[in-house]
Design a protein around this ligand. Structure first.
Ligand SMILES: O=C(O)C(=O)C[C@]1(C(=O)O)C=C[C@@H](O)C=C1
Length: 290
């Protein structure tokens, strides 16, 4: 007589879950054990900020490419954002200064999604106060909305000086229409030197000729005006251009489009923007039939 296979009990499944959780935890502990070696390697390369935005952008793309299964992409992304940001924090403590002129709730959600709860969150009333806090810190980050804040005018101008803070990343690293913390943000930090990413280069362009309305597109497929603000009798533009576009090409294009008395200066750069494909974001969570 054959016996029917024993049905798995809840207790059996919990033993399996406990094993997996313990392995995950051990792996995180193991990840933490290399921090001192990371710090030493970075010190040999000249020290400075622990933040490596290019590496983080690559890691997030890799995560999206290999993800499968029931866990929503949002969850996996937020877990890794917290792991990476906290590992940056334990290498060298930093705070995130956020411009809440557009409201605190959404900004706080985005900051917690990208940086977790261990990294301190410092709200500021406007962009200029964020930039000043970053400039006066040892290695803090600033978060400002890409769409900007009309009341702060051309805030990016104060990033022109070579030693002034710079835009070093654009968040989220993985863009998608239904991102739970998808508000487009620039990350500002003191200049990163070799660790700076230049897939997209950001320029402050000051000019005459477009006081009322800069053109909606520049005529260069690889460059766009991200923000524009009047600046006395002149205009000040924040322009994002592909890293392969030279400042000279940009100058010529702007001049052809009608800008006069141009002054162009780099104010930062970030990794190439990356959008998760339809297939990558369609990992719908399993819902049991009742
Ligand atoms: O790769 C590095 O340089 C690290 O410091 C490691 C790490 C990570 O935790 O994976 C942390 C901070 C950097 O911004 C990028 C990645």
């Amino acid at each position: 007589m054959t016996h029917p296979a024993r049905l798995e009990t809840l207790a059996d499944l919990r033993v399996e879950i406990d094993c997996i959780d313990s392995e995950l935890h051990q792996l995180l502990i193991k990840r933490g054990e290399i921090i001192h070696r990371l710090i030493e390697a970075k010190t040999r390369q000249g020290g400075g900020s622990a933040f490596r935005p290019g590496r983080e952008a690559d890691m997030m793309r890799g995560l999206v490419a290999r993800h499968q299964g029931l866990l929503p992409l949002d969850t996996v992304e937020s877990i890794w954002r917290i792991i990476i940001s906290t590992f940056t924090y334990v290498q060298s403590n930093y705070s995130v200064h956020a411009d809440i002129s557009g409201g605190d709730a959404k900004m706080r959600d985005c900051c917690r999604f990208h940086f977790g709860f261990t990294v301190p969150y410092a709200p500021h009333p406007d962009v200029n106060s964020v930039i000043a806090a970053v400039a006066n810190s040892r290695g803090d980050l600033g978060l400002v909305r890409v769409e900007g804040d009309a009341a702060s005018g051309p805030w990016w101008r104060s990033l022109r000086e070579p030693r002034a803070p710079k835009i070093i990343a654009r968040l989220p690293f993985v863009e998608r229409p239904d991102h739970p913390a998808g508000m487009p943000l620039f990350v500002i930090a003191q200049p990163l030197a070799e660790a700076a990413v230049r897939d997209v280069v950001l320029y402050d362009v000051e000019c005459d000729g477009w006081r009322d309305a800069p053109p909606s597109h520049l005529g260069l497929p690889d460059a766009e005006i991200v923000s524009a603000a009047p600046d006395g009798a002149r205009s000040s533009l924040l322009v994002a251009a592909d890293g392969a576009v030279s400042a000279q090409q940009l100058r010529e294009t702007l001049t052809k489009a009608g800008a006069i008395q141009l002054s162009i200066a780099e104010v930062g750069g970030h990794a190439a923007r990356f959008e998760a494909s339809e297939a990558q974001r369609q990992q719908t969570p399993f819902v049991a039939a009742r």
